[in-house]
Design a protein around this ligand. Structure first.
Ligand code: ATP
Ligand code: FE
Length: 335
C-alpha cells in the first residue's frame, strides 16, 4: 500500500510517501515569511502553502521513487489548525484523489503526533496499548490515554497556554527570534538549570497552566534588566536552562500523577516540543527512576511533518475509513 500524505495545518508545508508503515520520503518546507512578524500570520501561511504545495509533493514522490499511478490513497490533515492553511492541503488532496480515482483519508493532526510512534524505524520500538501519550506542541499540551489506534481519551490538558507557547513567549521576552523554543533549548544546554527558580502553578488534577509562569518570567526579567541592562546577555544560558527546568518539572509532576491514577507505565511523547533535548533526557531517565517504558520519537517526526499523517492514513486505509470529496476542514476538532 502506498499512501501520499499532506500536512498543512500551520506554517509548514509537508508531503510524505509511505509504503505500508515505512516512510519512503518526508519533505518539509518551512515558511520563513513569519519571522519578521514574531509569529505565524495566517494569511501569509495560506499563500506560502499554495506556492509550496506542488513542488513539495513532487519532491516527495521523486524521493520515494513512486509514480502517482502507484498510489493507493491520499491522506491529509483535516484539523485542528488554521482554516486557510488546512484548506490548501485539503483542496489539493481532494483534487488529486479525484484525478487518480483513489480513496481520500482525513487525519486528525494530534493523532498524527501520537501515532508517529508506529512508523517502522530501525532502533525505535512501537508502544504497546494501552499507553499514555504526552502531546506537547505549539497549540497543545495534553495527557491522553490511548487504548488502541483510534480510541484516545484526554485525561489532562492545559487550561491556558500550550507548552510550546511557554517556550516561544519566554524566548520573545529574552529577545530571541520566533520560533524561540529551539533556541531556548540550545542555550539551556550550556546553562545551569538551578540558577534561577520560578514557582510552579497550582492546577488541580492532571491539567496544566503555563500563562502564570510566562508572567513570572516577564516580571523577573524586567526587574533584573532594570538593575543591570546587560542581565540577559550575561546570563542567557542560565536563564534558558532555568526556564526549561521549570517547564520540565511542571510536566513531570503531572505525568507522575497520571501514571499513579491510571496504573499505565508506558509513556509516549509527541509534538514539536518533544524535540527538546532536556525533555527527551528527562523522559529517558524516567525509565530507570520510575520503572516506566518510554517512547521518544525520532527527531524528524517531532515537529509538523506529513509522515505522521501518512501513518494514521495507513491504519485508516486498513480499516477502510475513507471520506467523500465534500469532507470539510475543521480548525477545531475533537481527538
Ligand atoms: P499543534 O501540533 O498543537 O497544532 P504546531 O503544529 O504549531 O501545534 P508543532 O510543530 O507540533 O506545533 O510544534 C512547534 C512548537 O514546538 C513551537 O512552539 C516550537 O517552539 C516548539 N519546539 C520545537 N523544537 C523545540 C525545542 N527543541 N525545544 C522547545 N520547544 C521546541
Ligand atoms: Fe503539530
Amino acid at each position: 500500500i502506498f499512501i501520499l500524505a499532506i500536512e498543512s495545518s500551520c506554517d509548514d508545508t509537508s508531503a510524505a510517501v509511505l509504503q505500508n508503515d515505512k516512510v519512503l520520503s518526508n519533505v518539509v518546507a518551512n515558511q520563513s515569511v513569519h519571522v519578521a512578524f514574531g509569529g505565524v500570520v495566517p494569511e501569509l501561511a495560506s499563500r506560502a502553502h499554495q506556492q509550496n504545495m506542488i513542488p513539495v509533493v513532487d519532491q516527495a514522490l521523486r524521493k520515494a521513487g513512486i509514480q502517482k499511478s502507484q498510489l493507493s490513497a491520499i491522506a491529509f490533515t483535516q484539523g485542528p489548525g488554521l482554516m486557510g492553511s488546512l484548506l490548501v492541503g485539503s483542496s489539493f488532496a481532494k483534487s488529486l484523489a479525484m484525478a487518480l480515482s483513489i480513496p481520500l483519508i482525513a487525519v486528525h493532526h494530534m493523532q498524527g503526533h501520537i501515532l508517529a510512534h508506529f512508523i517502522d524505524e530501525e532502533g525505535y520500538d512501537k508502544p504497546e496499548f494501552p499507553f499514555l501519550a504526552l502531546t506537547i506542541s505549539g497549540g497543545h499540551t495534553q495527557i491522553i490515554k490511548v487504548t488502541d489506534f483510534f480510541t484516545m481519551e484526554i485525561i489532562g490538558e492545559t487550561t491556558d497556554d500550550a507548552v510550546g507557547e511557554a517556550f516561544d513567549k519566554s524566548a520573545k521576552i529574552l529577545g530571541l527570534p520566533y520560533p524561540g523554543g529551539p533556541l531556548v533549548d540550545k542555550h539551556a544546554q550550556l546553562g545551569n538549570p538551578k540558577a534561577f527558580s520560578f514557582t510552579k502553578p497550582k492546577v488541580p488534577g492532571l491539567d496544566f497552566s503555563f500563562s502564570g509562569l510566562k508572567t513570572q518570567i516577564l516580571y523577573f526579567i524586567q526587574k533584573k534588566v532594570k538593575e543591570n541592562p546587560k542581565f540577559i546577555e550575561e546570563n542567557l544560558n542560565d536563564i534558558c536552562a532555568s526556564i526549561q527546568n521549570a517547564i520540565i518539572e511542571i510536566i513531570m509532576e503531572k505525568l507522575k500523577m497520571a501514571v499513579t491514577q491510571t496504573a499505565i507505565k508506558q509513556i509516549a511523547i509527541g509534538g514539536g516540543v518533544s524535540a527538546n533535548s532536556g525533555i527527551r533526557k528527562t523522559i529517558k531517565e524516567a525509565e530507570n527512576k520510575y520503572g516506566w517504558k518510554t517512547y521518544i520519537p525520532k527527531f524528524e517526526y517531532t515537529t509538523d511533518n506529513a509522515a505522521m499523517i501518512g501513518i494514521v492514513g495507513y491504519y485508516k486505509y486498513l480499516n477502510k475509513q475513507f471520506e467523500e470529496l465534500n469532507v470539510v476542514s475543521k480548525p477545531r476538532i475533537e481527538i
